[in-house]
Ligand binder design. Structure first.
Ligand code: G3I
Length: 397
């Protein structure tokens, strides 16, 4: 446990209670009472600049967001958010001191054809980060999803496939050497309890989502991927990253065992990351802190990398005050777990405004999963994070 950050569990309900007037105003105000969108955006930026999350966070914890672009945005009918939405970028820079490319470093985006790399969007994120005092989380290198057809449907021998993976990792990691704080080297490499065969490496074409590299090259490819990334950037912290691992459960325990094996083999594994795509219809992952702690006890860093909290929207499409309060509690609970574990040094939310969240495109009927509404008005979840961070910093001082 980190003593400097240990804090009495903030009275979560008290935070929510303190926000009641705001909650009610937010949920009940007639649409006509809202300020024009541009004015609201400007006010939001002003607030971020003066007192953003990054300004109140403890010195040893970076606060991050995904930088919206690629993926579901490609068919969303608006221009690429990070590139073209200046107001979005200004608020992002004022609020956060860590940034994760949402899609812009994934294979299908950065390596669309064999031998062809497109670094423009990733370069822009890294340059913007340097200009704004942000660290970057690289995402991601060994993943079953968002692989281009030339990889999944190519006629490569196993040896060629391994050479392709090595070249990709060393080219991408090497390009950003010294400028990426953490890399999600292996992403979602275990199947879920609800998949055929249950929790197991994604090494079987019968799985709905198999990992072609593990399937064809065996589990040894995982350690090799870490070693290649480490060769390309010895300073970057190298992570395993997944969803549905927040609690101590079958899947997180499979990772715990894998992490021990990799460490015993001398693989440069430095951290385990919890994506934390949460949903209010399921209970809060009450063993998150204990789970983080067992990875911390292995000598690994931990991180929260993709937190968002979705729920089913009422027919009106407007979240209720109760939903927003419960969402705030959930954001706060995840942050508190991270604050309580010595080497949880990075806390990232998967987008900060509903304007660009991936959730509605993926789960129609659900949404409002981020900490700001579409016009950047802050939700109770934002204030819960802000207050919890400020309190953790105050106790350090
Ligand atoms: O590739 C297909 C294309 O063939 C098809 O024509 C098109 C039609 O809509 O869809 C294309 O796939 C889209 C993909 O991005 C393209 O890159 C998916 O619909 C779209 O849902 C997908 O969105 C991204 C998603 O990862 C893909 O898994 C989201 O923008 C991105 O936020 C999300 O992020 C992931 C993290 O990387 C890993 N953890 C889970 C997290 C949420 O899913």
């Amino acid at each position: 446990m980190r003593s400097s950050r240990s804090h009495s569990k903030v009275a979560r309900s008290a935070v929510a209670a303190g926000l009641l007037p705001l909650l009610l105003a937010t949920a009940a105000a007639p649409a006509t009472a809202a300020p024009p969108a541009k004015a609201q955006e400007d006010a939001s930026y002003g607030q971020a600049k003066k007192n953003g999350l990054r300004t109140v966070a403890p010195d040893d914890l970076v606060i991050g967001t995904a930088a919206a672009g690629g993926g579901h945005h490609l068919t969303a009918g608006y221009p690429d958010p990070f590139t073209y939405d200046k107001q979005y970028r200004k608020i992002l820079n004022a609020e956060f001191n860590s940034v994760s490319p949402e899609n812009q470093m994934k294979w299908d985006f950065i390596h669309p054809e064999e031998g062809v790399y497109d670094f423009a969007a990733a370069d822009a994120i890294v340059a913007n980060a340097q200009a704004n005092g942000q660290v970057v989380r690289g995402h991601t290198l060994l993943w079953h999803s968002q692989l281009p057809a030339w990889v999944t449907e190519g006629d490569h021998t196993d040896a060629e496939l391994e050479a392709i993976l090595k070249d990709h990792i060393q080219t991408v990691v090497g390009r950003y050497k010294g400028r990426i704080q953490q890399w999600d080297v292996a992403n979602e490499i275990f199947a879920d309890t609800w998949d055929a065969g249950g929790v197991r490496l994604r090494d079987d074409p019968e799985l709905a989502a198999s990992n072609i590299f593990i399937e064809r090259l065996g589990p040894e490819i995982i350690g090799k991927a870490f070693r290649w990334a480490h060769e390309a950037d010895p300073e970057a912290k190298l992570f395993l990253n997944d969803y549905a691992v927040e609690d101590v459960n079958t899947k997180s325990t499979a990772y715990y065992e894998l992490a021990k094996e990799l460490l015993a083999e001398g693989v440069p594994l430095h951290g385990f990351a919890f994506q934390a795509h949460l949903d209010l219809q399921y209970p809060f992952p009450a063993s998150l802190e204990a789970n983080m702690q067992r990875f911390d006890d292995l000598g690994l860093e931990t991180a929260v990398t993709e937190l968002d909290v979705r729920f089913t929207l009422p027919e009106s499409g407007v979240p209720t005050a109760e939903q927003l309060a419960e969402q705030a509690d959930t954001y706060q609970g995840v942050l508190e777990a991270c604050l309580s574990v010595e080497d949880c040094n990075s806390f990232t939310i998967w987008g900060f405004t509903d304007k660009y969240s991936w959730v509605p495109s993926f789960s129609p009927g659900q949404g409002a999963a981020t900490v700001m509404f579409e016009d950047y008005e802050r939700k109770p979840a934002y204030y819960a994070l802000h207050e919890t961070l400020a309190q953790a910093s105050g106790e350090e001082g």
